[in-house]
Design a protein around this ligand. Structure first.
Ligand code: ZN
Length: 285
């Protein structure tokens, strides 16, 4: 199947499933008014949420956060693995809705099953999650879920909701550098800025699943990934503390993802690259 056929069916699937479609007209009126008054920006995907941070401001903020992450987290030191993860993530980034920013994918050395996205396209995956996965399609699914949060601009929507526009703007202007440290220190608390709503999580799942298919991967990787989380929830919940404080249980998500994946063009036939993934897995601690 060629790229334009893929894109066509992707658009059909995506727009048919847009949950806020019915509300679009009303929200468009409100958003246009809000933009006129205060110059707010929304993600363009989840039009129901206000966001007072522009895209370039978001990138500046993400850069500050990423600098803070590197002081508080240990980045895994393996250039080949780093290049591989950046490459798989880059394939997802190349087909996603938001092309005005650069995407950075980084491996964190921590024995927990987690991945997260900062504002502005800074995405992290833990060494504790990678060994549990069986193939590149599942890795692509993790990264694509996080890219979904970035394209829908969930983190800045959440920061705007938490702080209000004025403080969000002073934060991104670097007027309060201590606040970055506090936000990163509490990043996985249930009141932290990555504690998205369930609707946000389902949106990231839906966007991410579609992105994996568009990038040439088997979209069933997303349901397989959630299956891994369900297994670990019962066997080794201590590995999921951070993930569970910021995500709804995987069993609530897997059904929706399964139905969506089955409707996508590459279901069951997209790339999985298990052998290449196994080689990379051998480089983990
Ligand atoms: Zn998420």
């Amino acid at each position: 199947m060629n790229m334009s056929t893929l894109k066509l069916s992707f658009n059909r699937i995506w727009f048919n499933k847009l949950p806020l479609r019915k509300l679009r007209f009303r929200w468009t009126v409100i958003v246009v008014l809000a933009v006129a008054v205060v110059g707010c920006a929304t993600s363009g995907i989840n039009k129901g949420d206000f966001n007072f941070v522009t895209s370039s401001e978001e990138v500046a903020m993400g850069k500050e956060f990423a600098g803070e992450i590197e002081t508080q987290f240990e980045i895994y030191d393996d250039a080949q693995l780093a290049a591989y993860v950046q490459n798989v993530g880059g394939r997802i980034a190349a087909v996603c809705h938001r092309q005005d920013i650069e995407y950075h994918f980084t491996v964190v050395n921590k024995d927990e099953m987690n991945a997260f996205a900062l504002p502005g396209g800074y995405i992290y995956i833990y060494t504790g999650l990678m060994p549990v996965l069986d193939n590149e399609a599942q890795l692509a699914a993790v990264l694509a879920h996080e890219v979904g949060h970035v394209t829908a601009r969930h983190s800045t929507e959440r920061l705007t909701a938490m702080y209000g526009a004025q403080i969000a703007v002073s934060l991104l202007l670097g007027e309060n550098p201590q606040e970055y440290k506090v936000l990163i220190a509490n990043i996985f608390s249930t009141t932290g800025f990555l504690a998205y709503s369930r609707a946000n999580e389902f949106e990231a799942d839906r966007l991410g699943t579609a992105y994996t298919s568009l990038a040439g991967y088997d979209p069933e990787g997303m349901a397989e990934l959630l299956g891994k989380f369900i297994d670990t929830e019962s066997r080794e919940p201590s590995k999921l503390e951070e993930w569970l404080s910021t995500h709804p249980p995987a069993r609530d998500r897997i059904g929706k993802v399964d139905v969506l994946a089955a409707s996508l063009p590459l279901a069951g036939i997209g790339e999985r690259n298990a052998a290449r993934y196994a080689e990379m897995k051998a480089r983990l601690p």
